[in-house]
Ligand binder design. Structure first.
Ligand code: ZN
Length: 248
């Protein structure tokens, strides 16, 4: 079985469609680690697309805020404005869909999916210190997480050896293959489809090949200027429009 692992599409339809084009024919089952909406200009289309293709979807902090489960008071002003705009355009059906999304962690066959971490769906696992703590407490050998919008991840062997997953993301398409070893716990971030923050503006996702015990990381450019034009038309905040081109 091959699994398409999507995270943080953030209402960016161009990035999602380009990722799905590239992944076409390469997977059997798709999952999404949350933040379907927030920031981008196409919340309805992205919710409908993810809903159609993914067999497991968990919620992210932006899904909660846009669905009215939380009040977005912890967001900065630009993210709050995007939440308010998203709420104003979401159809009742898509709003209801977002509202019923389960919190992680969820189990998908033999691996886990979370938005932030197993313990806290809103936690950012960015540093080695945070990753070691999370990996030590991790029940399953393989967990996929999102929320940070940084493609890559971390691993910890039973003997205590910790390392970050090495990535060299120069070309478009398949960037890196990471083989999984026995006796090692993995915390893997497929990257953000719709708003990468790891210095690379291109859409990111991963495919897990269960039989080959391998995670494949992908990057792909997409029609960024079209996404930005739609954001201008929607009067979404300028900093959100410009950060997309810097991958920040
Ligand atoms: Zn996010």
């Amino acid at each position: 079985m091959r699994y398409l692992i999507l995270s943080d599409p953030h209402a960016n339809l161009e990035a999602l469609e380009k990722s799905l084009d590239l992944a076409q024919g390469k997977y059997d089952k798709a999952v999404c680690l949350g933040d379907l909406v927030g920031y981008g200009p196409d919340p309805n289309a992205v919710v409908e697309r993810v809903r159609k293709i993914a067999s497991a979807v968990i919620r992210g902090n932006h899904d909660k805020a846009c669905a009215g489960i939380t009040d977005a008071s912890e967001f900065n002003i630009f993210a709050r404005l995007a939440v308010a705009w998203t709420r104003s355009v979401l159809t009742l059906e898509n709003l209801a869909y977002l509202r019923q999304l389960p919190a992680g962690p969820a189990k998908v066959d033999d691996f886990g999916i979370v938005h932030g971490s197993e313990e806290d769906e809103d936690e950012y696992v960015l540093s080695a210190e945070e990753a070691v703590r999370v990996l030590q407490a991790q029940h399953m050998p393989l967990v996929f997480f999102g929320h940070t919008h940084h493609q890559g991840g971390f691993c910890l062997s039973d003997a205590g050896a910790f390392s970050a997953v090495p990535l060299s993301a120069m070309q478009d398409g398949l960037v890196t293959n990471v083989p999984l070893s026995d006796g090692v716990r993995y915390l893997i971030n497929p990257g953000s489809v719709g708003q990468p923050r790891d210095g690379d503006w291109r859409a990111a996702f991963a495919i897990f090949d269960e039989t080959a015990r391998m995670v494949e990381f992908y990057r792909t450019g997409y029609n960024l200027s079209l996404t930005q034009e739609k954001m201008v038309s929607a009067s979404l905040p300028d900093p959100l429009i410009h950060r997309l081109e810097f991958g920040r």
